[in-house]
Write a protein that binds this ligand. Sequence first.
Ligand SMILES: Nc1ncnc2c1ncn2[C@@H]1O[C@H](COP(=O)(O)OP(=O)(O)OP(=O)(O)O)[C@@H](O)[C@H]1O
Ligand SMILES: [Mg+2]
Length: 255
Amino acid sequence: MESKKPIPILEVRNVEKVFIVENKEFQVIQNISFSVNEGEFVGIIGPSGCGKSTLLRIIDGMIRPSGGKVLFKGKEVLQPSDGMSFVFQTFALVPWLTVEQNVELGLDSLNIPEKEKKERVSKYIKFVGLDGFEKFFPREISGGMKQRVGLARALAREPSLLLMDEPLSSLDELTARGLRDLLIRLVKSTETPVEAGIIVSHNVEEVVYLVDKAIVLSGRPAKVIEEVKIDLPRPRNTKTRSFFKYVDRIISLIS
Ligand SMILES: Nc1ncnc2c1ncn2[C@@H]1O[C@H](COP(=O)(O)OP(=O)(O)OP(=O)(O)O)[C@@H](O)[C@H]1O
Ligand SMILES: [Mg+2]
């Protein structure tokens, strides 16, 4: 049988980033290339401060690379696009807006009719399991629920690529565990328009649980040490030897 050639949604090609600090060049990213295919969940893992958030910002078009380029659906990324949404570690909710209003905020830059806005807000609040909490304020909900709001806000934009910068790192392990399956569902299922996801994480077990492919980065300047394909069936059992083999492999690459 002929296998179908995967279609890349995103191509990162020889990306470099040099910041100028006090007139000195400071290289953060060196010649990074990888691609993200349709349906793929990709992890980026590497030492603290190596340039992971900078790389994600280059992918989404907020920061311009010093060299190389990023192609999103075949077109060079020159500025943030409607096709990508961002999820932050800090949730980034506006404290004086309700859950519903925070989700709607994600739609501000999109030109869609009011009725459709309301429908999307309600659809994605349900999707993340927050129906009944629409009128609550951020201070009235837990950390896990706050990140569900962050996810609903990103999803309401109906992006094809979801970029997540340590979305679960400020949550306790039990809360994070509940949210991991939600992340898999929103990237891998056909219930949302999301076609692929990239997650930055420090947590090796989290990466092995979530992704199809882990891009393992070196310390600054960040370079790709290896792309580790995680070939485990889903739902993944974190207690198996094969799961731990992947965890050990990634740990040995970064330490
Ligand atoms: N605008 C900027 N100007 C100068 N240097 C910057 C700028 N943004 C980031 N840096 C530097 O680039 C390096 C990488 O930062 P970045 O936040 O991308 O790392 P990270 O891998 O996401 O770190 P962490 O794991 O702590 O989140 C850091 O040394 C940081 O100080
Ligand atoms: Mg970071």
